[in-house]
Design a binder for this molecule. Structure first.
Ligand SMILES: C[S@@+](CC[C@H](N)C(=O)[O-])C[C@H]1O[C@@H](n2cnc3c(N)ncnc32)[C@H](O)[C@@H]1O
Length: 218
């Protein structure tokens, strides 16, 4: 997959690209490119935003700036999905992640200030996605969330079985994952469930499925 992120702070993504599983697929399954709106703005002195028409607080990311950046990279309107990250978008779920992970090319647009000029969302983007019903200061954390969630679904990112039996997976019928325990077997009187120490894999499997069902809201 080729995944492009348009942002004002490309360097902010450095720490994430050093982390597994993203680092594992980088350069093989994932070609990540980070672009700065400021590098491609047609305006003087790196300007990217402007005051809102009609007045009000804050600055708005200009449509001509985002348009110029997309033109510079794709030579016109991209023929793949372009996702505007906005709290007003479709909520990100594991189903949306799985859907995005099947794309060969994907573009993420991050904004800050008051957000995008509405024409970016309406005309330059194909999708609008929110990472949750709350407002963050900018779209870079949302872009990283999408990037991380998508990257770990790419082949080879994580061991197949850890990806299969996760919260929201088909294998767990969309439910939450069962609880995990590791050594010590007892700590401050808090014991690991006996079944996990029994060595009976059939019973352990059944217990885990039951636990998954119990903790999944109906
Ligand atoms: C301060 S927010 C703008 C909020 C906007 N004025 C509103 O009230 O809907 C600035 C930018 O951060 C990003 N952002 C903030 N919260 C987000 C969320 N929950 N999901 C996705 N992007 C978000 C978006 O790119 C947004 O344009």
């Amino acid at each position: 997959m080729q995944l492009d992120v348009f942002t004002l702070v490309p360097h902010a993504f450095a720490w994430l690209t050093e982390q597994r599983p993203l680092a594992t697929v980088l350069g093989t399954e994932l070609d990540l490119r980070l672009f700065s709106y400021r590098d491609m703005t047609p305006l003087r002195a790196g300007q990217v935003d402007d005051e809102p028409y009609g007045g009000g607080a804050g600055m708005v990311l200009r449509v001509d700036v985002v348009g110029a950046a997309l033109d510079a990279v794709y030579g016109g309107a991209p023929d793949h999905r372009v996702v505007a990250l906005t709290p007003q978008g479709r909520q990100l779920t594991q189903d949306v992640v799985e859907e995005l992970a099947t794309e060969e090319r994907l573009t993420l647009l991050s904004a800050r200030f008051e957000g995008f000029d509405e024409r970016v969302v309406r005309h330059l983007a194909s999708d609008a996605i929110s990472v949750g019903p709350y407002v963050l200061s900018n779209g870079d954390l949302p872009a990283m969330i999408v990037l991380d969630a998508v990257a770990r679904r790419l082949p080879g990112a994580i061991r197949e079985e850890s990806g299969a039996y996760e919260s929201f997976s088909v294998e767990l019928e969309g439910g939450l994952e069962y609880p995990h325990y590791t050594r010590p077997a007892e700590f401050r009187g808090w014991k690991v469930p006996d079944i996990l120490l029994s060595g009976d894999h059939g019973k352990i499997e059944a217990w885990r499925r039951e636990q998954s069902k119990l903790r999944t809201p109906l």
